[in-house]
Ligand binder design. Structure first.
Ligand code: NAG
Ligand code: NAG
Ligand code: NAG
Ligand code: NAG
Length: 544
């Protein structure tokens, strides 16, 4: 099955770092609750048009035929995997790109084999994506039904795979990846590797998939790629280079060596205080009031955390289930009564916990956005409490929403000794810990290890490194690039927002290698009252 026409691309191999948009829609689109993302809904098209009318004219001078280095541009991304299958929308995009970029540039689409039907469009060059374990013959034969002529292109050849919290670490063997590449090149196909260089989902920027349930992606996006998260060459890189050298001359000369790595610690962290104690700093504007809870989008919080607060209207003597109808916790909730941590609710995973409390007791529910959907059929994924919580038989109303600026607090306010450091409680609930430290030796890249900590967010010198979830895995260390660290003579600062349990020894350590493959811990302790919560099915609200 050789290509039937001369390659469209200037070189035998299309080997690009993947710049494909992964999970790239701004969350403010969801401030219009009825918007249909990635369809010909006029509200969505208006946003698309205004964006591309700015972006594409900037790109125009850099097209290949204008003397630039852009040889081709992709329209949408794996659109065929999205449930809408709206050809009007795809035609609108194709028309917009043509109007703004002209007729000379090659426009293409990318889909998995199952997505070709809804993702490809006459007038856009159809490419396909798949990994080393897939049947290349079958997939390229299928591609020919959509693109009878021209080069065969695998526009995302999977050199590894991403990780989800609570699932095993993903790897793809060097042998499988090199063999797959060699087979494709023997066929004369063009290949783009995804990923060629992995990376890090710093801050709150990880995406999530929905495969039967909501699956947030880990902070590390190392991906077992040929170039590691830290930018180092791996054996996979050299093996792939070997394969490529059989088909095309590779540049002479040495590759850059791995970056120097650094170790430090263990360091002991100190209690700054409970999150609730800093509410005035975290939300200086004060709360938004509403009878029913409002989503993150409605209170214009794009990521991170919103605190939901109400007061009990009657005394709860017996342990009584708190739950949110319709799986309406998006995505994780940390529950406190009068400031005392009660446990966690989690989308798809943990539907209720049991509370007692006096009339007038303060109920605080800290909601965490665990990441936006970045692939698949569903994408209007609102965050926060999407339904009013129910306590026993009573729907809770009269809410205050506090959108939290946690990063501002960490950057500008700490250390802020409001409270005398006390011995940590177990479980602690959302609590800040920090310490300062000098680095005497030479700086290097390093990997932050948080043994015994449960789940939270961590900052180095005010930079949000991302989420840790040591008690879940598989990721146990966070990549810390050298430029985030301050040299001898300056003081470095690390801050943790631990959301659940502080270890008896509140320590951290910097290692000179990453741990991304720990065994997954499926059953760690969520709260003190875990035994009462073994019945995980939500109760039915009477009258519904
Ligand atoms: C791959 O697909 C082709 C065409 O459908 C089929 O003939 C072949 O048996 C498949 N190979 C494997 C290993 O499944
Ligand atoms: C995950 O890894 C563990 C330990 O190696 C293994 O026992 C388990 O079967 C794996 N689970 C899956 C779904 O591959
Ligand atoms: C998409 O969302 C709907 C409504 O929330 C849900 O019923 C469905 O299971 C979701 N689809 C997938 C693939 O999870
Ligand atoms: C994790 O990877 C390291 C390095 O490749 C290996 O030595 C270790 O055995 C792996 N651990 C697990 C639990 O798979």
């Amino acid at each position: 099955m050789a290509p039937e026409a001369a390659p469209l691309f200037p070189s035998l191999l299309l080997l690009l770092l993947s710049l494909l948009p992964q999970g790239g829609l701004p969350s403010w689109l969801l401030r219009k609750p009825n918007i249909h993302l990635r369809t010909s809904d006029p509200d969505f098209l208006a946003a698309v048009d205004s964006w591309f009318k700015v972006l594409l004219p900037k790109i125009y001078p850099f097209l290949y035929h204008n003397g630039g280095n852009i040889i081709s541009i992709q329209v949408e991304n794996e659109y065929g995997s999205y449930k809408a299958c709206d050809f009007h929308y795809m035609r609108h995009l194709a028309g917009l790109f043509r109007a703004l970029l002209g007729d000379k540039i090659l426009l293409f689409t990318t889909d998995g084999p199952e997505g070709l039907k809804c993702g490809s469009l006459h007038g856009l060059y159809t490419t396909v994506d798949f990994g080393p374990a897939d049947n290349m013959t079958r997939i390229f034969t299928l591609l020919r039904k959509y693109e009878p002529r021209g080069p065969l292109v695998n526009s995302e050849y999977y050199t590894g795979w991403l990780d989800y919290w609570g699932q095993n670490h993903s790897t793809r063997s060097v042998l499988a990846v090199t063999k797959g590449l060699e087979n494709m090149l023997n066929l004369g196909a063009s290949v783009n590797m995804y990923m060629f260089h992995g990376g890090t989902n710093f801050g709150y920027w990880n995406g999530a998939d929905e495969k039967g349930r909501f699956l947030p992606i880990t902070t590390s996006y190392d991906y077992d790629a040929p170039i590691s998260e830290a930018g180092d060459p791996t054996p996979k890189l050299f093996a792939l280079r070997n394969v490529i050298s059989k088909f095309q001359e590779v540049p002479l000369g040495p590759l850059p060596p791995p970056s120097p790595k650094m170790t430090l610690g263990p360091l002991t962290l100190y209690l700054d205080g409970e999150l609730l104690a800093f509410l005035d700093f975290l939300c200086p504007e004060g709360p938004i009031h509403s009878v029913l809870p409002l989503s993150f989008e409605a209170v214009r919080q794009d990521h991170g955390f919103v605190l939901y607060r109400t007061y009990l209207t009657h005394t709860i003597f017996e342990p009584t289930p708190l739950w949110v109808p319709d799986n309406g916790v998006h995505d994780r909730a940390y529950v406190m009564v009068d400031g005392v941590f009660q446990g966690v609710l989690e989308r798809n995973m943990k539907h209720q916990l049991f509370l007692v409390g006096e009339m007038g007791a303060r109920l605080d529910i800290l909601l965490e956005n665990m990441g936006r959907l970045s692939f698949g059929s569903n994408s209007s994924d609102f965050k926060g409490l999407l339904q009013p919580p129910v306590l026993g038989q009573v729907m809770l109303t009269q809410w205050m929403m506090f959108p939290l600026k946690v990063d501002n607090l960490v950057k500008w306010w700490f250390p802020l000794h409001l409270l005398k450091s006390t011995k940590p409680q177990t479980p602690s609930g959302p609590t800040f810990y920090s310490t300062t430290f000098p680095i005497a030796g030479p700086l290097g890249d390093t990997f932050l290890y948080l043994p015994g900590w449960t789940k939270g967010q961590v900052w180095i010198n005010g930079f949000n490194l991302g989420r840790y979830w040591t008690k879940q895995g598989p990721q146990e260390t966070l990549y810390v690039p050298r430029p985030l660290l301050l040299p001898r003579g300056a003081i470095n600062k690390i801050t943790l927002l631990e959301l659940e349990n502080v270890p008896p020894e509140p320590q951290i350590q910097f290692l000179d290698w990453p741990i991304l493959n720990s065994t997954v811990h499926r059953t760690y302790i969520y709260s003190l009252s875990a035994e009462a919560q073994s019945a995980s099915e939500p109760m039915q609200l009477s009258g519904h």
